[in-house]
Design a protein around this ligand. Sequence first.
Ligand SMILES: Cc1cc2nc3c(=O)[nH]c(=O)nc-3n(C[C@H](O)[C@H](O)[C@H](O)COP(=O)(O)OP(=O)(O)OC[C@H]3O[C@@H](n4cnc5c(N)ncnc54)[C@H](O)[C@@H]3O)c2cc1C
Length: 468
Amino acid sequence: MSTDFLARCAQVVGDANVLIGDDAASYLTDWRRRFSGRARAVLRPGSTAEVAALQKLCVEHRVPVVPQGGNTGLVLGSVPDASGDAVVLSLSRMHRIRSVDPINDTLTADAGCTLLQLQEAAAAQGRLFPLSLASEGSCTIGGNLSTNAGGTAVLRYGNARELTLGLEVVTAQGEIWDGMRGLRKDNTGYDLRDLFIGAEGTLGIITGAVVKLFAQPAGRVTALFAVESPRAALDLLAIARQRCDAALTGFELISDFCLQLVEKHFATLRSPFGARHPQYVLLEISDPESEQHAVTLLEAVASLAFDQGSARDAVIANSLSQSAALWSLRERISEAQAAEGKNIKHDIALPISRIADFIADTDAELQRRFAGCRMVTFGHLGDGNLHYNVAAPAGESDEAFLRQQPAVNLIVHDSVHRHGGSISAEHGLGALKRDEIRRYKSGTEMDMMMAIKRALDPLNLMNPGKVL
Ligand SMILES: Cc1cc2nc3c(=O)[nH]c(=O)nc-3n(C[C@H](O)[C@H](O)[C@H](O)COP(=O)(O)OP(=O)(O)OC[C@H]3O[C@@H](n4cnc5c(N)ncnc54)[C@H](O)[C@@H]3O)c2cc1C
C-alpha cells in the first residue's frame, strides 16, 4: 500500500518532493534533538491545491498527517511518533508573500513563510508586523498560528491569535476553506479561525493567513533595571504601565543566575552593572512621536522607580548597538542554559498579580524537596509568562536530576494551578504535555475539546497523539 500511496503522492508534488531515508531525517527530529520519530515520507507541497490533493490521498489510504512548518516547536508537536505510519507534511515550499494592503493595514502570506519574511515584507512598506521570537529566522507563520505563539511584544500587541484576521485551511477531509477575510469585524457565527489557531495541527492544515500590521515606532529605547525581587519587578511594571501605556512594548524578567549563565557561556556579554543584584528587568519603550520622547518617558519611569524604591539601579542604552547588547543578555539565556547542561523546563502563565507569590511558594517547595536545585527563572513578565526551569544542584549529574522530572513537574504545575495559571503559556501541549493537561482541565473542558476534534477530524488523521 505504501508504495502505491507514495507513487500517487509523487504524481501530485513530483518525485523530488517526496523525501525518504536520509533526505527525510532532519524533519523527523525535534529542535532540541530529544526525540526522533519515523514516517513513511516527508511530503513537500508547493500550493494549497497540492496540500488538498495530498490530504485527500491520506484520507483515502487512512494515513495520519503531521503538519510541519519550521520544526522549531518545543513540545514534540511537529515530529511524527515512532510507529512510522504517518507522513510529515512540510509547508516549507509555500513561502510566498501574497500581498500587502497598506490601507487595510494587512499582509497576506503563505503559511510556510518564515516569521522574519513577514517582518521584512511589512518593514519594506514602512509598517510593522510585531510578532517577534528568537526563532523567527526559521519558524513559519503557519507554525506560529498553530501554536498561537507569543514572544516578547505580547503585552503591547497580543499573541499570534490577536494579530490574525483571516485564514486559509485545508480541512481533515482535504477541502479548502477560504477564510482569508481582512475584516476587523465579522460576527457571522462560530469563529472557525480561532479554532484552527492554537490547534497544533490537530484539526486541519493552515495554508495561508491575513495578519494585521501596525505603525513603525518613531523611537525605541531599551533599559536594564536592577531590582531586589520579582515583587519589586512587578512594582516597576505598574509604574511603567501607568507612565507609558501602549508605548511599553517589552518587560522581561531575568534572574541573576540567568545573567551569570549568559556571562559564563558568552565571553562578549557582560552585565552593565558594577555590582550584582538579585533580579533584572529589561524594559523597552516604542514611541510613536520620537526617540527623544521615548527617552523622556523612560527617564520618568526610572525616576519614579527610584523614588518609590522599586529599582536599585538602571542603565539606558544610548545607541542601537547598546540596545542590541542588552537584548542579547535576555535572548541568549536559552542557549546559555543549554550550554550549561540539561534542565527541567516549564513554560507557564500566571495572573500577573500572583507571580511574586508563585515564585516564592514554588521555589521554597522545590528547595524543601530537592535541596540546592538551581532555579533558571526568566520570561515575559509583562504578560505573565515565565520560563521557570529547574537545574540540578551544583555537583549533581543532570541525568540523575532529570529522573526526578515527574516529581518536579508535579510540584511546579500543581502550584501553577493553585495560583490560577496555565501549564503552557506559549509553546502548546504537543506530545510532551498531552497527558499532564488532563490533571488540570475539567472533564467538561476536555469533553468539549474532544467533541470538536471528533467533528472536524472523525478519522483522527490530523497529528494524532498530540494535544488530546
Ligand atoms: C530559540 C527558540 C526560541 C523560541 N521562542 C519562542 C517564544 O518566544 N515564544 C513562542 O511562542 N515560541 C517560541 N519558540 C517555539 C517555536 O518557535 C514556536 O512554537 C513557533 O511558533 C513554531 O513555529 P514552526 O513553524 O517552527 O512550527 P513547527 O515546530 O513546525 O510546528 C509546531 C506545531 O504546529 C503545527 N503546524 C506547523 N505548521 C502548521 C500548519 N501550517 N498548519 C497546521 N499545523 C501546523 C505542527 O504540527 C506542530 O504541532 C521558540 C523556539 C526556539 C527554538
